[in-house]
Design a binder for this molecule. Sequence first.
Ligand code: 3HC
Length: 314
Amino acid sequence: MDTREKLDAFQKRIDNDEKIEPKDWMPDRYRKQLIRMMSQHAHSEIVGMLPEGNWITRAPSLERKLVLLAKVQDEAGHGLYLYSSTETLGARRQELVEDYIYGTAKYSSIFNYPTLTYADICVIGWLVDGAAIVNQTMLAKSSYGPYARANIRICREESFHKKQGYEMLAKMAAGTPEQRRMAQDAVNRWWWPTLMMFGPPDDESPNSAELIRWKVKTKTNDELRQSYVDQMVMEAEAIGIKLPDPELKYNNNTGHWDFGEIPWDEFWNVIKGNGPMNRERIKARRKAYEEGAWVREAAMEYARKKQLREEKAS
Ligand code: 3HC
């Protein structure tokens, strides 16, 4: 088959909702787009451990410490599934990692904001993991098999994360005046950045059209953002939390909640590296990477020797 025929056959498989597997033929551009997106997702899971890890020792009880520790460990696991699935496309993990800690590869804007009080941890669970679920439930149906399967597992765990965040926030929102103030303050600071997690508006999203044609994404950034807002309005109301948007209003014509203008200048500024915590996050990741060099070397040497032993024995 020539390239045109291969491309047509590939698109036909996508249109028939077949999964593309690592050894199947795929256009270079499909591979490149997946490596970009999946590795950004993996980096986000790993950087996402930092704002929460910061609170493990200060969580208010042993039970809360255990839950937070388990959540942060889950995020490390998500990063590992995602790096492994990106490797099925021929990418090298070390290069991917070095491309964001020393280079220009992106990770989610949301992790460049500080966690000022313990209420931020509740709100990350509810709003940030809630946004991740909306996005990743869609990605669990992605056309690339290993990515879809990684997201199925991730969503199950994120669902527990969201519930624990919501439960803690509900307790705070029904607590003392000081607890209620902390809960509302955290929601005020995190609401707009969580809407930015879904990416720029559709008419400013250079990758969406291609990703949708290949069913890597099956919904646009704006469609996902709208379903998130619709869901969160109800959940906020149920626990007596106010979302900080005076323009939130139910629209009888569309059946959705209209919302105010997202501060897009802030979003572009954060993804260019100028958010409140970008420098600190990268500094922490570099330190961990450099201090962990001996662990990687020892693991590689162990694997090399094990392989030699197995070859000798067979
Ligand atoms: N943060 C940082 N960069 C973002 C971004 C965000 N919130 N949203 C978009 N961008 C970047 C894109 O990566 C792209 O940059 P690039 O072309 O240089 O790579 C540029 O802005 C234009 O955006 P597009 O809309 O064209 O990009 P996409 O079509 O790829 O859509 C996306 C962006 C919706 C983030 C999509 O890539 C996606 O769904 N990614 C996989 C999921 C993911 O990465 N989630 C991150 C959160 S992880 C998480 O939630 C952890 C959990 O524990 C809470």
